[in-house]
Unconditional design. Structure first.
Length: 335
């Protein structure tokens, strides 16, 4: 994916560990997109290794370019990166920013899941799986990767059903046809959640967000039935609790007519937000407009984007402006 930034090309690395493929393209700046990642603790370590040994390595091979561009690349090799993650990828992105602030300039979290890992008894999730978890994983994995089940899951998470195609359903199914998927799924069920504290104290996603020392953009598909915008209220509260001497920015944006994967349902809107966020030196509201300029202090500006399956609008809100029903209050009280 190429994103033009001030006359040059941003280099992006797309990680999709479920597919076991890594692709890259471009020539200069760096950020990562993380989608549909499975295990957490080990994968955080793997992604950090990837950042250090591949993205920021001086031995990365680049296409032939002139001397001026070469100097620009060498300068950028020492820079921090921007991380963009969706769902569990956003969960991991936050933990990477917390663990290695020396590597991360900013994070953009698309519908981040606040919880990952069940920590079922009898096994810590390290592969190879024992007999019983392996059998349970195989049985459940075969049920979940059924084409009809995949379609039902996607219908629940996509706001625009027109964006949900049979090609996408079969692409997801094809990802599950390799060896070891059942064992990896079992590992999901038994693995413990990521923990912020090293002394054994339990922590949650909000504890992680409250200690991230970089700018953070939350982007939510408004119609996500799982990682609902209501969860953003707790996340914003955690971000507001960060140390004042860090001088970091946090923003929250909603995209209408988009569900759990706004990067697929509303790619133009997400592309606009990511480009604006990565390009900006000052990401405060006074300096960076993500939704356009309102004509008055009380008017909410909605920037609109059109895909082949319909229109999406982008709006920014403060924590106090996120309204919760009683069901949302009840559910988020456990997060």
């Amino acid at each position: 994916m190429h994103i033009p930034v001030k006359g040059h090309i941003t280099k992006s690395f797309v990680l999709c560990l479920l597919l076991c493929r890594i692709t890259s393209s471009g020539t200069t700046d760096y950020f990562i997109l993380l989608f549909f990642l499975i295990r957490c603790a080990r994968w955080v370590e793997q992604i950090i290794d990837f950042i250090e040994q591949v993205i920021l390595s001086k031995e990365v091979r680049h296409p032939k370019i002139d001397n001026e561009d070469t100097e620009d690349i060498n300068t950028n090799l020492s820079k921090k990166i921007h991380i963009v993650g969706n769902s569990v990828g956003a969960h991991l992105a936050a933990h990477i920013a917390y663990r290695r602030p020396d590597l991360v300039s900013s994070i953009c979290l698309l519908n981040p899941t606040p919880v990952w890992g069940s920590k079922l008894p009898g096994w810590k999730g390290n592969l190879p799986a024992p007999v019983i978890p392996k059998a349970v994983g195989r049985y459940l994995f075969d049920r979940i990767r059924d084409l009809q089940t995949i379609e039902q899951f996607l219908e629940a998470t996509y706001s625009r059903k027109e964006a949900l195609t049979q090609e996408l359903i079969h692409q997801i199914r094809n990802c599950t046809l390799g060896d070891g998927g059942h064992a990896a799924f079992a590992s999901i069920l038994w693995s413990p959640p990521l923990n912020v504290y090293e002394d054994g104290r339990k922590s949650n996603f909000q504890d992680c967000l409250s200690q991230i020392p970089c700018d953070c953009l939350l982007v939510f598909g408004k119609d996500d039935p799982w990682c609902k915008p209501a969860f953003a209220k707790n996340m914003l509260k955690a971000l507001e609790g960060r140390r004042k001497d860090l001088y970091v920015v946090h923003r929250y944006v909603e995209i209408t007519n988009a569900g759990h994967c706004p990067n697929h349902e509303a790619p133009q809107a997400v592309g606009h937000l990511v480009k604006s966020w990565v390009e900006a030196k000052d990401r405060s509201k006074k300096q960076l407009s993500l939704t356009g300029t309102a004509t008055s202090k009380t008017e909410q500006q909605h920037k609109k984007f059109r895909e082949e399956w319909g229109e999406h609008s982008v709006s920014e809100y403060n924590r106090e402006e996120i309204k919760l029903g009683w069901v949302d209050r009840f559910v988020t009280s456990f997060m």
